[in-house]
Design a protein around this ligand. Structure first.
Ligand SMILES: [Zn+2]
Length: 174
């Protein structure tokens, strides 16, 4: 049993006992003494009820908090469905999912550290930095982490571009 509840029950029992003492009292002095004690017990009882109210309120808050946690968990469970860990060409690990938008299949990537915190944050192309080295840079709008993604089309070209040099060194007027 909750400690505060058993304290309140004890106070009620003692108060009832004092009512019996008043009832059985033979003299005015006995009645007066028992009445004062009864009043004190009632004050104690009132305090115990307040404590009990606090306990109930705390439990309600705890229950609400847990319900919110469960809802959060369940919503993440359905939101994260279909996401799988994927390694980009640059070696970054992200969570990916294939979606069909306007009859076109696209791949959305989610931030792995936000994912661990039960948040789906879709990676977006970098704003200040779109490419680094040969890779696209995407960032997480939630935690601002940057990720090296796949190779850019330019980096994918197998033969490096070589500028043709005019062997005659002329102005190309011929
Ligand atoms: Zn993130």
């Amino acid at each position: 049993m909750i400690a505060e509840l058993s304290a309140a029950m004890t106070a009620i029992k003692e108060t009832a006992g004092l009512a019996k003492v008043i009832n059985d009292a033979k003299t005015d002095a006995e009645v007066k003494a028992a009445t004062i004690e009864l009043q004190n017990k009632l004050i104690t009882l009132q305090a115990e009820c307040f404590s009990l109210g606090d306990v109930i309120r705390l439990r309600d808050e705890e229950a609400m908090h847990l319900k919110a946690k469960i809802a959060e968990f369940e919503s993440f469970k359905s939101e994260s469905e279909g996401y799988e860990l994927h390694k980009t060409e640059a070696g970054s690990l992200v969570y990916s999912k294939h979606l069909v938008v306007n009859d076109v299949q696209i791949t959305v990537n989610a931030c792995p550290s936000c994912f661990q915190q039960k948040k789906i944050s879709m990676l977006q192309p970098g704003v200040d930095k779109v490419v680094k080295g040969s890779y696209w840079i995407h960032f997480c709008p939630c935690c601002n982490s940057e990720f090296k993604m796949d190779k850019t089309p330019a980096a994918n070209k197998s033969t490096p571009q070589v500028r043709r040099i005019d062997p005659f060194g002329g102005r190309g007027a011929w």
